[in-house]
Design a protein around this ligand. Structure first.
Ligand SMILES: Nc1ncnc2c1ncn2[C@@H]1O[C@H](COP(=O)(O)OP(=O)(O)O)[C@@H](O)[C@H]1O
Ligand SMILES: [Mg+2]
Length: 360
C-alpha cells in the first residue's frame, strides 16, 4: 500500500503542491525553511488527523488562509486506488475516504498507517513513559483490532473511578468500576506482552544491522502494577491510598518499557548518533512487524535523515529501508549527503520556498 499522488493546499508554506510519488523511495531535499518537514507533516496529518509538531491545528494552515487540505490516492497490490482526504476549515476537520465522510480521525489510521521519525523522536528513550506507551500502543492498535475499544473502555472506567475517588465515596460504590478496569487492564497487558515478544526479536535484528554497540540491550516491560498481584485485588486494597492521592496510582496507564545496555539506561550509554540509529531500529522493527502481521505495508517517514549520522551509517540505513515492504519518504538539506544511486524505484524531489519539483 502506498501513496500514489499527493496534493497539498495551504499547509504552512506549501500553498499548492501536486506530486506523483514513487511507491518505494522518495527523497526530498531543500535548504532550511524550504518546506521539507511541512511535506512530511502533511502526510502525517492525512494518516491520523494530528501533527507531530503542534497540538494547535490552527497554526498549521498558511498564514492568512482560512482553510487547508491534503488529498492523496492510495494504491496497493491487490486493491483499486482509493482517494483519501483531509480538509480543515472553521476549526473543524473533515476526513473522507473513497467519497465517504469518516466519523473519527482514528478510522483514518486503519487506511494509512504512518511511522515517523523526526527531530523529537529520541524522546522515546529519554523522556517520560508516555512516549514509550504511545510507541507500544501504536503497534498493538495496528495489529490487534479490538485493542482500541479495550483501551477506551479502560480509560472510561479509570475516569469514573478517579472522579468518585475525589468525592467522599464508599468502596462499594466504586467496585463496579474496579471490575470493569480490571477486565480491560488484563486484556491490555496481554496484548502488549504478545506484541512485545514479537517486536523485541525484530528490534534486536535491526539493531545488529544498523550499528555496533559493545553490550547487550535488555528490553524490560513493566505493566504498571506488580507482576505477582491481581489487579482487581490491588484496586480494592489500594482504595484508601488512592482516595488520599485523588487518583488511581497503578495500572496499564502507568506501564513502561525500560531499555538498558549492560544495566545502564540506553540513552546514558550511547552517543547521539547511535541513539538515532537505535530510534531507527525501533521504528523500522515496528514497521516490519506491521507488514508481517497485517500483510500490508506502512508508510515510513524520516525527517532530516542525514543529521547526526556519518556517510557509512546513512548508506547502511538506506539499504535497510530499501529492503522494507514500505513506501519511504526521507528528507535531507543536501542531496550530496546521501548516496542514493543503488536504490530501486527512487524519485527525488527538490523544495524551494514551498515549491516542490521532481529532480529528473
Ligand atoms: N502557518 C504557516 N504559514 C506560512 N508559513 C509557515 C507557517 N508555519 C511555518 N511556516 C514556514 O514554513 C517554512 C517551512 O518550514 P519547514 O517545513 O519546517 O522547513 P524545512 O523542514 O524545509 O526546514 C518555514 O520558513 C516556516 O517559517
Ligand atoms: Mg525541517
Amino acid at each position: 500500500m502506498w501513496l500514489d499522488r499527493l496534493d497539498i493546499c495551504n499547509v504552512r508554506n506549501l500553498a499548492e503542491v501536486s506530486l506523483k510519488l514513487s511507491p518505494k523511495f522518495n527523497i526530498v531535499s531543500g535548504a532550511n525553511g524550504s518546506g521539507k518537514t511541512s511535506l512530511l507533516e502533511s502526510i502525517y496529518l492525512l494518516s491520523c488527523g494530528k501533527s507531530f509538531r503542534t497540538h494547535r491545528f490552527s497554526n498549521i494552515p498558511t498564514q492568512d488562509e482560512i482553510w487547508m487540505g491534503v488529498y492523496a490516492k492510495l494504491s496497493g497490490k491487490d486493491i483499486r486506488s482509493i482517494p483519501i482526504g483531509l480538509e480543515y476549515r472553521d476549526r473543524k476537520n473533515i476526513f473522507k475516504v473513497d467519497g465517504n465522510r469518516l466519523k473519527k480521525a482514528s478510522e483514518l489510521a486503519t487506511y494509512l498507517p504512518v511511522v515517523i521519525i523526526h527531530q523529537e523522536s529520541q524522546r522515546v528513550f529519554t523522556q517520560s513513559p508516555k512516549y514509550r506507551r504511545a510507541f507500544l500502543d501504536w503497534g498493538v492498535f495496528h495489529v490487534e483490532r479490538c485493542f482500541l475499544s479495550t483501551w477506551q473502555n479502560f480509560n472510561r472506567s479509570l475516569k469514573q473511578r478517579n472522579a468518585l475517588l475525589s468525592q467522599r465515596t464508599q468502596l462499594s460504590s466504586i467496585d463496579h468500576w474496579n471490575i470493569e478496569m480490571s477486565d480491560n487492564a488484563n486484556l491490555i497487558d496481554t496484548h502488549r506482552r504478545q506484541y512485545l515478544d514479537k517486536f523485541v526479536l525484530l528490534f534486536n535484528h535491526f539493531v545488529n544491522k544498523l550499528l555496533v554497540i559493545d553490550g547487550e540491550i535488555k528490553v524490560d516491560y513493566r505493566r504498571g502494577w506488580p507482576e505477582k498481584e491481581d489487579y482487581l485485588d490491588l484496586l480494592r486494597s489500594s482504595f484508601e491510598k488512592d482516595r488520599i492521592m485523588g487518583y488511581t496510582q497503578r495500572g496499564p496507564h502507568r506501564a513502561d518499557i525500560l531499555f538498558k545496555i549492560n544495566g545502564t539506561p540506553l540513552h546514558e550509554y550511547v552517543s547521539r548518533g547511535q541513539q538515532k540509529l537505535l530510534v531507527c531500529s525501533l521504528y523500522i522493527a515496528q514497521a516490519a512487524l506491521y507488514s508481517q502481521i497485517a500483510d500490508r505495508g506502512s508508510i515510513f517517514l524520516i525527517d532530516d535523515l542525514t543529521a547526526e549520522l556519518d556517510a557509512r551509517h546513512v548508506a547502511n540505513l538506506l539499504m535497510v529501508l530499501d529492503e522494507l515492504d514500505t513506501q519511504v519518504f526521507v528528507t535531507t538539506p543536501d542531496l550530496e549527503l546521501l548516496d542514493s544511486g543503488f536504490l530501486s524505484e527512487l524519485k527525488t524531489f527538490h523544495v524551494e520556498r514551498g515549491i516542490i519539483s521532481e529532480v529528473l
